[in-house]
Design a protein around this ligand. Structure first.
Ligand SMILES: C[S@@+](CC[C@H](N)C(=O)[O-])C[C@H]1O[C@@H](n2cnc3c(N)ncnc32)[C@H](O)[C@@H]1O
Length: 251
């Protein structure tokens, strides 16, 4: 097994693939205005599809969910089928860098914990033509909750240098031609209930499963990294988090 296989064997089997909750999805949805009765929604980086199903249950419209991992595509399809909403869902296995939808194809572009793969500014720029004028772009994104975080926290986030204060994110949003409809910080329970808590429960089971195998050391390295990530969050959740940004395309 390579490192990615070990990684996916953990991250791919959690209820969610990042921080979030149905309550937060619904709260962000409620900040949109002037939606058509059956909106066309694009869900970028859908992961296991929890928010995809939430979106399908919040609207009578169509959702196109996109992820580049076959595992996530399959999980999203299965979850929607289980919820009885698959008839309004299309799932696309595609790299988000290669998205090339016709202009104004969607009323809503949604992305929970995934726009960072394009970069916040680059991502908001890229999706803008896909949404009609007056349509919405809604993303959750990593933010500093206080200025001047400690060096070890900054080092933890060095792989995502676009993490920033909410004020700086709002400045980017305004500069790119969006009007902010609202924003809020996700509660800590959004990180734990369906993400870090089940991850923490899974780690000893994986350690046992991989013990004595040919790639045990690689598996243990992935487990150690996950433990470090969870501990970092538990000790430093006052410094960083995720925020939802609900935007409307101007012009
Ligand atoms: C942090 S997870 C969030 C998933 C889901 N929205 C959630 O909140 O549970 C990010 C997702 O983006 C997907 N992803 C990462 N890079 C991608 C890319 N370049 N193109 C398409 N999907 C990508 C991953 O496979 C993963 O499912």
């Amino acid at each position: 097994m390579d490192d990615m296989t070990h990684f996916l064997d953990i991250y791919g089997h959690l209820p969610r693939a990042g921080p979030g909750s149905t309550a937060s999805t619904r709260r962000a949805w409620a900040l949109m205005t002037d939606l058509p009765a059956s909106p066309r929604v694009l869900d970028i980086g859908c992961g296991p599809g929890v928010q995809t199903v939430d979106l399908l249950q919040l609207t009578a419209g169509q959702v196109l969910a996109l992820d580049f991992l076959p595992l996530m595509v399959e999980r999203t399809r299965a979850l929607a089928a289980q919820a009885g909403v698959a008839d309004r869902l299309t799932v696309l296995q595609q790299d988000m860098h290669e998205m090339d939808f016709a202009p104004a194809s969607f009323d809503v572009v949604w992305s929970e914990g995934a726009i960072y793969n394009l970069g916040f500014e680059n991502g908001l720029n890229k999706v803008k033509p896909f949404v009609r004028s007056g349509g919405h772009v809604v993303v959750s994104e990593a933010v500093w909750l206080q200025p001047a975080p400690p060096a070890l926290v900054v080092a933890h986030w060095q792989e995502y240098p676009e993490i920033d204060t909410i004020a700086h994110k709002l400045a980017v949003i305004g500069r790119l031609g969006y009007t902010l409809q609202g924003h809020f910080v996700l509660p800590e329970s959004d990180w734990t209930t369906d993400y870090y808590d089940p991850m923490e429960r899974l780690l000893p089971l994986k350690a046992k499963q991989w013990a004595g195998g040919p790639d045990e050391d690689k598996g243990l390295a992935v487990i150690d990294e996950a433990r470090r990530e969870i501990a970092m969050y538990r000790q430093n959740s006052a410094w960083y988090g995720y925020a939802f940004f609900v935007m409307k395309r101007r012009g």
